[in-house]
Design a protein around this ligand. Structure first.
Ligand SMILES: O=C(O)CCC(=O)C(=O)O
Ligand SMILES: [Fe+2]
Length: 234
């Protein structure tokens, strides 16, 4: 089901958006019931390898939990189905930036590479924000092996479950001020975005664009997200 749903998307269009902007939304990737059941996992004791209280690390305010292996079936299915769709873009980006990394066509092979290099801890996570919580701009780098695109899915419903809490992306280009963009997301929508660097075209030809992401302050209610990073952590 997840595989068919992912296959039905217009991947050439999504790749074009990623090349142009460094991010692309996938509207309605999960339905409301799926969002609810994933968000409900947050309260369960089992299934997670660690719990991070963001304020303790200067990451912002709010909390998140990394899943342990085996991942919940829906999370595993999303990771496996989406990765191969992103590989052509990821490899093109590496070429354009003159970086040697080359990503294999299936996720299992890429994970084996991460694990052999000591990056063996799963990175998919659930995040939870209440009133006043926010996520400071950051990059999800967890070791040498970095797949350059990641996915976040909004599990809560804006205006109904929470207010505020916008997904924010910034990009920095050489010799320019930082630009910020708010990504409009509804419940169940996914956003694909550059983890750290992507190729761009600047005034002097091609350049590297540095991206960061975060979440603006949640005003009211509770906001849950699922984060899917394709490399594992050291
Ligand atoms: O909560 C969000 O929308 C962003 C979560 C995040 O930082 C991530 O998925 O890597
Ligand atoms: Fe993140």
């Amino acid at each position: 089901m997840i595989a068919e749903r992912v296959a039905a998307r217009d991947w050439p269009e999504i790749s074009g958006r990623l090349d142009e902007d460094g991010w692309a939304t996938i509207p309605g990737l999960l339905n409301r019931a799926e969002c609810r059941s994933l968000a409900a996992l947050y309260a369960e004791e089992a299934g997670f390898r660690s719990h991070v209280v963001m304020a303790r690390h200067g990451f912002g305010r709010g909390e998140y939990r990394y899943f342990s292996y085996p991942l919940p079936p829906m999370v595993a299915a999303l990771r496996e189905a989406i990765y191969p769709r992103l590989v052509p873009t990821a490899n093109r980006w590496m070429d354009r930036m003159g970086l040697p990394a080359h990503f294999p066509p299936d996720h299992r092979t890429f994970l084996a590479r991460c694990h052999a290099a000591g990056q063996a801890r799963p990175t998919p996570l659930l995040l939870r924000y209440g009133p006043g919580d926010h996520n400071r701009l950051h990059q999800d780098l967890y070791g040498h092996h970095v797949f350059p695109i990641q996915l976040a899915i909004l599990l809560s419903c804006p205006e109904t479950d929470f207010t505020g809490g916008e997904f924010v992306l910034t990009e920095q280009r050489p010799r320019m001020q930082t630009r910020a963009e708010i990504v409009p997301l509804g419940q169940g929508d996914g956003v694909l975005f550059a983890v750290s660097q992507r190729p761009g075209t600047g005034s002097r030809g091609s350049c590297r664009v540095t991206m960061r992401h975060g979440v603006s302050r949640v005003r009211t209610g509770l906001r849950h997200t699922l984060g899917l990073i394709f490399h594992d952590a050291a």
